[in-house]
Design a protein around this ligand. Structure first.
Ligand code: ATP
Ligand code: MG
Length: 563
């Protein structure tokens, strides 16, 4: 491509709306522009990267025997109603009615549609296993679209679905996709780890996420040197023994006016924060529950949501808290509360602790489970933190932020049973198909690659995803020798099928170099004053010296790197 002919509007200033590097650079390099919150147009540079990422994915999917097809984005409600997800998706699903008032949605993910297709087309064990996939646009009305294409409302996903005869078959199909994903993310030049993940609204048994390590990642990963790696949403906590007051102490109600925070309370009573047990009131799809956690711990909302099986989970509003506790907010406790009480496993090991008294300005001290109240259930509800015991080996856990670029699930029969997708086995008996599903966020991969491959001057593309492998910069476009040499290099590379960007604009060399660095082609060939002596300058974007050489030598180097 020649810059004079294409739309590549680069920006010098950092756009104010962009908080993270990849978002800033995608705007500054002219890869994309915003149309609405979480909705973007891709300009030529962005589109080329997107296609490269898609093709890396397609190549590995195809070589792992997955079969590509393409589904629509507009989907009728029926199959989602049958699976239960029409309701479960809640406000994240874009919905609409057609002119005859029939319900449709813009597909947020396609399990139902693939299952329905296979139900109609495959009837015998002989046609199984099969893995189908598409690279297609998804729609989710995210609560908080942000970070550019990292979390957008319209995005491209590679989604794949496997159909097997039995659990063993699913294990094989899942492993096959696991291998494909490792190949795909390695080919994109990403530094990633695979972690155990929550299966969430998708249902099913096992699932793993492919996480790109990055400080801007919205997910937190707990990992250990023993090989344990899990999304903290899922990571099981080992209950810690808390040092509590000893003996069989009597419950006492104490007056604690003007206490607003746990810190106020522990300061006033001169106790360790850990001997205080907080009681949080939550609302899961309208069901109110109280959750008891040690004072210094955080609730893991995913664990609570999975336990309650709810779609929307929020902290209860003040009115609800006052209703179930009979007190102002800040004095909730398990004794006498008018809602079910769930206790974190760690609290179950504690004794003689402090809780709110369900009476404004009062707390109870020396509270003990079973003697003073009985929780409705005891389970792991807290969020794992740095230094916690590894649930696998017991050594201290570390945490790091990650960007989820891919997710693989063992779905089992959730969708095949709901939608009646079965096959006839060798004995002519009807069996439900066993399914897996496998997603990759294509646009999010582009952003993740940039997060890991950039410097102060712009993007530093890995060769595999680079929109252009070479940037050819004639310094003075009115110099015939320079232009002829640049044209020849451009034509030779283009004829070889290598993507080249020639900056044939009548701009100062400094401007061209800045833009070349910003757009990040791995190799730059500058045709300047040396042209009259038959020389060009060769430089790698990732660093290193400017080397003088003949065009043929430069081309030879390009072939070597591009191959
Ligand atoms: P997240 O937890 O980030 O919302 P998810 O669990 O909802 O992701 P999946 O339903 O598993 O995501 O979708 C498969 C892949 O699609 C994800 O791994 C991610 O790469 C991508 N993806 C999901 N939501 C978005 C979004 N709003 N914008 C861009 N990519 C997304
Ligand atoms: Mg999501």
């Amino acid at each position: 491509m020649k810059m004079s002919k294409v739309l590549m509007p680069t920006l010098r200033e950092v756009p104010a709306e962009a908080e993270i590097k990849s978002h800033q650079l995608m705007l500054r390099a002219g890869m994309m522009r915003k149309v609405a919150a979480g909705v973007y147009s891709y300009l030529p540079l962005g589109l080329k990267v997107l296609k490269n990422v898609e093709n890396i994915i397609r190549k590995s999917m195809d070589s792992h025997d997955a079969c590509e097809l393409l589904m629509p984005a507009i989907l009728p409600a029926e199959t989602y109603q049958v699976s239960g997800r029409w309701d479960k998706f809640g406000p994240e699903m874009f919905r609409m009615k057609d002119r005859n008032s029939r319900d449709f949605c813009l597909g947020p993910t396609h399990e139902e549609v693939f299952t329905d297709l296979v139900k109609g087309e495959i009837h015998s064990y002989r046609a199984l296993p099969i893995t189908l996939y598409q690279i297609q646009t998804k729609y989710r009305d995210e609560r908080r679209p942000r970070f550019g294409v990292m979390r957008s409302r319209e995005f491209i996903m590679k989604d794949a679905y496997s159909f097997d005869r039995d659990a063993e078959g699913l294990d094989k199909s899942y492993k096959n996709m696991y291998d494909a994903y490792n190949e795909i993310f390695n080919n994109m030049g990403l530094d990633f780890i695979v972690v155990d993940a929550d299966s969430g609204a998708m249902g099913g048994s096992g699932s793993q996420e492919f996480m790109v390590k990055s400080e801007v990642g919205e997910d937190t990963i707990a990992y250990c040197e023993c090989g344990f790696a899990s999304n903290i949403e899922k990571a099981v906590c080992v209950p810690e023994e808390t040092a509590c007051p000893e003996g069989d102490l009597a419950v006492e109600k104490i007056h604690t006016p003007n206490i607003k925070t746990i810190e106020d309370l522990t300061n006033a009573l001169k106790i360790d924060e850990k001997v205080f047990v907080k009681t949080l009131i939550y609302n899961g799809d309208g069901k109110i529950v109280a959750v008891m956690l040690r004072g210094d711990r955080e609730l893991n909302e995913t664990k609570l949501q999975n336990y309650l099986g709810c779609t929307e989970l929020t902290m209860a509003d003040f009115a609800t808290v006052e209703e179930v506790t009979g007190a102002k907010v800040g004095f909730a406790g398990p004794i006498g509360i008018k809602c079910p009480v769930l206790m974190d496993s760690e609290v179950a090991l504690m004794k003689n602790y402090i809780v709110g008294a369900n009476e404004t300005d009062y707390h109870f001290i020396n509270v003990n489970k079973d003697r003073d109240f009985t929780p409705d259930d005891i389970l792991d509800l807290r969020t794992i933190v740095d230094g916690d015991k590894c649930p696998k080996c017991g050594k201290p856990i570390s945490t790091v932020q990650g960007i989820e670029v891919g997710h693989i699930f063992k779905l089992g029969t959730k969708y095949s049973e709901a939608l009646g997708c079965g096959y006839l086995d060798e004995n002519g008996k009807e069996q439900p198909m066993i399914m897996g599903c496998y997603g990759i966020g294509v646009n999010r991969c582009v952003a993740a690659v940039i997060e890991q491959h950039c410097d102060d001057n712009g993007i530093v593309w890995p060769m595999s995803v680079a929109p252009f492998k070479v940037s050819v910069v004639p310094v003075n476009v009115s110099d015939e020798t320079q232009m002829n040499m640049a044209e020849e290099i451009y034509n030779t590379l283009t004829a070889k099928g290598i993507d080249v960007l020639m900056d044939d604009r009548d701009e100062r060399a400094g401007v061209k170099f800045k833009d070349a660095d910003l757009m990040g082609a791995p190799i730059r060939i500058t045709v300047g004053k040396g042209a009259k002596d038959g020389l060009v300058e060769y430089k790698l974007r990732a660093g290193g010296d400017v080397l003088n050489m003949t065009p043929d030598e430069a081309l030879a180097k390009v072939y070597e790197l591009v191959k």
